[in-house]
Each structure stands twice: as C-alpha cells, then as structure tokens.
Design a protein around this ligand. Structure first.
Ligand SMILES: [Zn+2]
Length: 291
C-alpha cells in the first residue's frame, strides 16, 4: 500500500495533521503474482488547500480531489477489497503506516487498524535482501534501478504506481523463510513499538543513567578519571572535563543516553585534550593587525 498526504496545521487535530488524499494498493497472492489493485482519491476536509510541496511531488492539485470520496468511504471500500482470509500489509517504510494510524485516530478515534492482521516493512525487508553495506534508507526508485525493474508506464509519487513498484521489488526479492521472519503480527506490542518515540535523556539524575555510563579510565595509565566540574548538557549529550589523578592527562568526556523502545542506547567518547601551547602568540606593539 502507498499513500499520498497533505500536511497542514489543524485546530481540530490540535496541531500538524497529515491528511491522506490518495490511497493505492496492489494485491499479491502468496506466490507473488498480482491479483488485484485498489485506488481511491480522498476529498480533504481538514485542509482544502493543497501545499505546493504536495502538488510538486505528486502532481495532485486541489481540483482533482473535489470528486474524491470521504476517508470513511475509502476505508470501507478498502476493507471490502481486502476481503476475508489471512493477509499481510506492506508499505515502503513504516511512515505510511504511521500516517494511516494518524488518520484513523483523527476520523474514527481508533488507535488500531481493524483489518490489519500482519505487517512487513517492505523497505526494511527489501533492503535486507539486497547486497551492499549502505546504511542509508534506500528509496523505491533506487531499488527499482538497482534491481533492473522497469518502471515503464508508472509515475513515481502516485499512490497506485508506487504500490505497484513496491510489489515488483518485493516479488523480485521475496523468499518465504526470510519473509516469515520479517512478519509482525499486528498485536498490542506492535502498536506500542510503532508509536514509541525515542528520546535523549537530558537530566543527569535520571534513574536510567547508571554511574558506569559516566565513568572513564585514563588511556595511558588506566586509572579512573576524576570529573573536574559538573556534567553539562548540550548538543543532545552530556559533557565533562576530566583529569587523570595518576599522570595528570586532561580529557573531555561525552556521553549520550537515548531511550529506545528496546531499552537504553549509550554512546560514549573520551577525547584527550591537546596540550597547551608553550608560548603565547606575541603581537608586536604598533603593528596593524588587520593589514
Ligand atoms: Zn593517567
């Protein structure tokens, strides 16, 4: 499934709201053969003004959406189209899924998608099936190029064509065993994980900050360093000046503690301070420093 949406400030949504304006989906059977397609244009109600960003990216203009259906109707049609039986929803990265949930919360006051049984992040799955050590998220167009998949007759950034491209990439990389390992049942745990927002801890006295995170040893004589002043927090990290009680070496310690869904991620870095220059720079009296 692929979605296009229009972002705007909304009083009713108490802030920024991504209103879905187009839904496209491609249905594959369990041997990766295409067995159907779904498309809906949705008439926006939160913001009738379509931002230039959206029009430039998708080519969708406000005029085109006047004949669209309501989000409620689109969800009824979609549910009927999905039908009975076991299904797996896939989207290219879980951003689309998050936006869909945002719309469900807004229009239906629901925090779950009643028709979703299982989910696979197609982007993460396909990238894991491709060679290369690229840490960056791979875009759909690049995945098609890399795999030599033709996008002939398809328009990028339109919902139905993007879903078709996702289906083609998936079909090329699909393998039953790895796919089943990537499959997530849409249970309570799944929604908790999806909606969890990781955050950096900025309070040094926070109970999740263990003493060990803030303890460093001299790289030369391995004695435990002493903190010269209090830890301070800036640039998403704690910093402290440290000194070795044995050899007198001076250091700057940097620690970042991030709360993630799975637990706490700690980044630690110890940098030796450059020794002070022996002689201060001498500026001759009367000399014009600028010229
Ligand atoms: Zn030392």
């Amino acid at each position: 499934m692929d979605l296009e949406w229009n972002g705007s400030w909304s009083k009713a949504a108490h802030g920024y709201f991504n209103e879905i304006i187009e839904i496209g989906a491609t249905m594959l059977d369990d041997s990766m053969q295409k067995i159907g397609g779904f498309h809906a244009m949705i008439r926006p109600v939160v913001s009738k003004k379509i931002t230039n960003l959206v029009t430039d990216l998708t080519g969708i203009a406000a005029d085109e959406l006047k004949d669209g259906i309501s989000f409620e109707q689109a969800m009824r049609d979609l549910t009927a189209w999905i039908g009975e039986g076991t299904s797996v929803l896939l989207t290219w990265s879980n951003t689309d899924l998050s936006v869909l949930l945002e719309n469900y919360r807004f229009f239906f006051k629901k925090t779950h998608l009643p028709w979703m049984q299982n989910y696979v992040d197609a982007q993460a799955y396909c990238q894991s099936r491709m060679d290369g050590d690229d840490k960056q998220q791979m875009g759909l167009t690049r995945a098609c190029e890399t795999l030599g998949i033709s996008d002939e007759g398809l328009t990028a950034h339109r919902a139905q064509d993007d879903s078709e491209m996702t289906a083609r990439v998936l079909a090329k990389l699909f393998d039953r065993e790895s796919f089943e390992a990537a499959l997530r049942p849409a249970d309570e745990e799944f929604y908790k994980r999806l909606t969890f927002k990781p955050y950096v801890i900025g309070d040094i006295h926070h109970p999740l900050i263990k003493n060990g995170y803030l303890s460093f040893r001299c790289t030369d004589c391995h004695r435990r360093l002493k903190t010269k002043k209090d830890w301070r927090f800036f640039n998403q990290s704690f910093f402290a000046d440290m000194v070795c009680p044995g050899c007198g070496k001076a250091y700057t310690a940097r620690v970042q503690v991030k709360k993630k869904y799975e637990g706490v991620a700690v980044k630690r870095k110890l940098t030796e301070k450059a020794p002070k220059p022996a002689e201060p720079e001498i500026i001759t009296k009367g000399e014009n420093r600028n010229g």
